[in-house]
Write a protein that binds this ligand. Structure first.
Ligand SMILES: [Zn+2]
Length: 501
């Protein structure tokens, strides 16, 4: 049995009615960093992504393209799955909500909720198909529009639905958020969630008539006339991926007995993950997540991404032009974790040349060039050797490395990934300055100690960057060959980021 500490991380599962856009690429890459970071720290990680395929909007989109719904979701889900390769992601599982394991799990979950928590009543309200959500009058912009979908008219829907007693769990969720049992980051989003709860929670409609759903969706157990409201089934994907239906060992290990359950989501779906899902879990008597990490939205050229503006960006095109790590770097460093950010090709190229070609790439080439003058180093161990502390590295250098490592750890835990990368860049800048201050390029033969210091800096830069830029780290690390705990051999490397002209 594997006794190491568990770490579960999920992204949200997007609807497949449109192609994946840059905002979801951001979410995937951020989650991937956390997964890779924890694996490197010895955690047993389960990282899951997937697609939400039971929504009515998939049915409508399929119709528009004259396709059967199943064919349509199969085709589109594939483009989401393909992002694994495009963005070099390390997810362990990819769950589609049309899979049997999801249907079985969602059905079991419905039945596991406390009997009194689900009741039937007739309801009339304004429904946004874009959000797949009823809107209350006070949520509407100008009394008419959904904030997220101003171009899509709301529908008046009247039918008999099942409701979930969300109101019953308001106090419990509020107190768990307040006492830190359920952590919501960034802090501003936590305040929003608390004020949403304090504003009073309405019970949640959790089914649709089968007719309106066009027979698409997870059936309500014991009632043929209804299917589950798409969010109610979708949220259970996180546990279904772990085998909730079969009460599998994986589910026990990564959910019920795990202190580290993390959901990473976009700000538009905050209340589903920070309020509804915890309430559902309380009703079904299951463990709650530990953290909900919330990223912002990306604008392109300072405009909202939309099909009609023609500014949707295909991440695979960016990757084929600039390389996967340049795209990952931009998303992770230039879009502050937890906040909104902007993308433009001009800024990507500026960052590429400034921070990757000149910064990291140049530093690595410089250090490996200097080090190639020596056949072999006798060192005290660096990061990838896992050896003892830098016994032969100058104090000034080892102190700097240790302090940057501590900052990176802290920033990752605070979900400030851009600041973690900023700290790694400081270590690179420190190394560059070290080269200049010691004029290591002059009379290098007599400066073996200085070069050793630089090699250890580079080795640590690579190890720290690995969760962020795995491909780049994997190009640097083989150049530093630890023959044993103390001896290091240098191999020539390739140009990491050829300058764009
Ligand atoms: Zn909407």
């Amino acid at each position: 049995m594997n006794n190491s500490k568990k770490f579960f991380i999920s992204t949200a599962i997007p609807y497949v009615n449109a192609k994946p856009h840059l905002g979801f690429a951001l979410e995937l890459v951020q989650a991937d960093v956390l997964a890779r970071y924890h694996r490197a720290k010895g955690f047993d990680v389960f990282f899951v992504s997937g697609t939400d395929e039971n929504a009515l909007k998939n049915v409508l989109a399929a119709k528009k393209q004259n396709m059967g719904v199943k064919d349509f979701v199969d085709k589109n889900a594939q483009t989401f799955f393909d992002l694994k390769k495009v963005l070099n992601l390390s997810w362990d599982d990819f769950i589609r909500t049309t899979e049997k394991r999801h249907f079985d799990g969602a059905t079991k979950f419905w039945l596991a909720c406390k009997k009194d928590d689900i009741y039937k009543k007739s309801y009339r309200g304004l429904y946004c198909v874009g959000c797949e959500e009823f809107k209350t009058p006070k949520e509407l912009v100008a009394g008419k529009f959904c904030e997220e979908h101003p171009n899509q008219p709301l529908e008046i829907v009247e039918e008999e639905n099942y409701f979930f007693k969300l109101s019953k769990y308001a106090k419990e969720i509020e107190s768990r958020i307040q006492n830190g049992e359920l952590i919501i980051l960034p802090e501003g989003r936590k305040r929003e969630v608390l004020s949403f709860i304090r504003g009073g929670l309405n019970d949640l409609s959790i089914s649709r008539s089968k007719e309106r759903a066009e027979s698409w969706g997870v059936p309500v157990p014991g009632d043929d006339s209804q299917v589950q409201y798409v969010w109610f089934d979708a949220l259970t994907n996180y546990i279904n991926a772990l085998g909730y239906f079969n009460s599998s060992k994986k589910f026990e290990e990564f959910w019920e007995n795990n202190e580290n359950i993390i959901h990473l989501i976009g700000k538009g779906v905050t209340r589903f993950h920070a309020v509804y899902w915890p309430a559902m879990l309380l009703s079904a008597n299951l463990r709650l997540p530990k953290k909900v990490l919330i990223h912002g939205y990306i604008t392109v050229d300072d405009k909202k991404i939309s099909k009609s503006l023609g500014n949707t960006i295909d991440s695979s095109e960016l990757v084929s032009k600039y390389g996967v790590d340049a795209v990952r770097y931009y998303l992770l460093k230039e879009i502050p974790s937890g906040e909104d950010g902007n993308f433009s090709v001009a800024s990507l190229e500026r960052v590429y040349n400034g921070e990757l070609a000149n910064g990291l790439g140049n530093f690595a080439a410089r250090v490996l060039g200097l080090a190639s003058k020596f056949e072999k180093f006798s060192a005290g161990g660096g990061s990838s050797s896992g050896g003892e502390v830098f016994s032969q590295v100058d104090r000034e250098v080892s102190t700097k490395i240790e302090s940057v490592k501590a900052i990176v750890d802290q920033k990752i835990h605070e979900f400030r990934l851009h600041e973690a990368l900023g700290a790694i860049n400081e270590l690179i800048a420190f190394g560059d300055k070290y080269v200049n201050n010691h004029e290591v390029w002059k009379d290098t033969d007599s400066k073996k100690q200085e070069v050793l210091n630089l090699v250890v800096i580079l080795d640590n830069v690579a190890a720290l960057l690995k969760p962020f830029l795995p491909e780049t780290a994997e190009k640097i690390q083989p150049c530093l060959v630890w023959l044993d705990e103390k001896n290091l051999e240098i191999k020539k490397g390739e140009v990491l980021f050829p300058r764009l002209v």
